[in-house]
Unconditional design. Structure first.
Length: 388
């Protein structure tokens, strides 16, 4: 009797030990693995020109806010491999949590896998840079701090130099300014160089309201690459010196959300916090209807459609199977643009913002660029037809 009990006890303990070991290994993998499982990446530079090649683009001269663009969500995060610290935006305790689960933080903070220059050559024209001031430099961030902004901006300058007639919109979403003044931030932005040139060399206009800014203003009638720079007012409020920044010689070359030279709305961009494609599609459709009802309110700002998925308790099944933002985007991106309502969404929100913009899975990068080119071509034709 005692022998049987002893054997049963041993069996139970062995099974329990095996379960604990398996859970420990699984937890260790989940917390520490940095594998993204990104799959095939588009890197052939096939979409270095998506505006300049459109017939009569300069003649049509559309407003910048009406152009369709592929947008890169947190474009800087491809560089999270160069992690140097935790952003002040993350709050206390995040450093300790990152030490316990560095792989988990990495996989859910990394939105892109290709460098900025490669993203631009694959059709991206709206770059969302999430940034924070860290140890004396403006750096890219998304909870984790990555490389300094002086790494990213030269890529944009290089691209614009090589591709006349193309426009790139840079949106600096500043989460932690660490008390740095807004005017100083502007100066720092315009100090980054590529081969002796700065962004100033690609902003030929000044003091034009965003809603009036046109293709020819930015590209000098299609003869040069051009940029538009947008800051979140959040930074100006935190630093408390928006008024002082207005005296900066370069202030007329940038746009500030909710302020600046012209007190106008600069962009409309809703974050839906959903992972399930069906739920996200429903939310985007609802936002479109809301904007259509009062379109005049949004007509003069950049209208951004966020199609990226977010881990959330609202969509537990999808979140549980996500593993990484990049892995999930492989299938998710293609599924979103194949939605029957997508073309209608683009009519209201022509800037398509997403994770893993260079994924070749489901031919996403090719298909979204072809949609964007077709949209802008048709829009240019409509403008010319209306002008007679």
């Amino acid at each position: 009797m005692r022998g049987r009990l002893k054997r049963r006890t041993i069996i139970v303990l062995c099974v329990l030990g095996a379960v604990i070991l398996a859970l420990t290994v699984a937890l260790s993998v989940v917390c520490h693995s940095r594998a993204l499982y990104e799959g095939e990446v588009a890197d052939d530079g096939a979409y270095a020109s998506v505006m300049a090649d459109i017939e009569d683009m300069s003649k049509a001269n559309p407003r910048v806010v009406d152009l369709a663009m592929l947008g890169s969500h947190n474009a800087n995060t491809y560089n999270l491999d160069k992690f140097v610290g935790i952003s002040g935006e993350a709050g206390k305790g995040m450093g300790a949590l990152n030490t316990l689960a560095p792989g988990l933080f990495y996989r859910y903070s990394k939105n892109q896998v290709s460098d900025v220059y490669s993203q631009l050559r694959q059709g991206v024209r709206f770059l969302c840079f999430r940034c924070s001031y860290y140890e004396g430099e403006w750096c890219g961030s998304h909870t984790l701090i990555d490389a300094p902004m002086r790494v990213y901006v030269p890529d944009v300058i290089r691209f614009l130099r090589e591709n006349p007639g193309e426009i790139v919109v840079l949106f600096f979403s500043v989460y932690d300014c660490a008390g740095v003044g807004f005017s100083e931030t502007i100066d720092r932005l315009f100090s980054y160089e590529y081969d002796g040139q700065t962004l100033q060399d690609y902003i030929p206009y000044e003091n034009i309201p965003l809603g009036e800014l046109r293709y020819n203003d930015v590209t000098k009638e299609g003869t040069k690459g051009g940029a538009a720079v947008l800051f979140s007012l959040y930074h100006a409020k935190r630093s408390g010196d928006l008024e002082a920044a207005k005296s900066n010689a370069q202030f007329g070359k940038i746009f500030v959300e909710g302020g600046g030279v012209f007190n106008e709305r600069r962009f409309s961009s809703e974050w839906y916090n959903r992972a399930a494609p069906s739920a996200l599609a429903e939310a985007i459709s609802a936002q479109c209807e809301l904007m259509r009802e009062d379109f005049e309110k949004y007509a003069d700002c950049l209208r951004i459609m966020q199609i990226q998925a977010s881990p959330t308790t609202k969509d537990l099944w999808e979140t549980a199977g996500m593993w990484s933002l990049v892995r999930y985007a492989k299938k998710h991106n293609a599924e979103m643009i194949e939605n029957p309502s997508f073309d209608g969404w683009m009519e209201v929100m022509p800037i398509v913002l997403c994770d893993f913009v260079t994924t070749a899975s489901g031919n996403f990068n090719q298909n979204i660029n072809e949609k964007i080119i077709a949209y802008n071509r048709n829009f240019a034709r409509e403008l010319l037809a209306a002008a007679g």
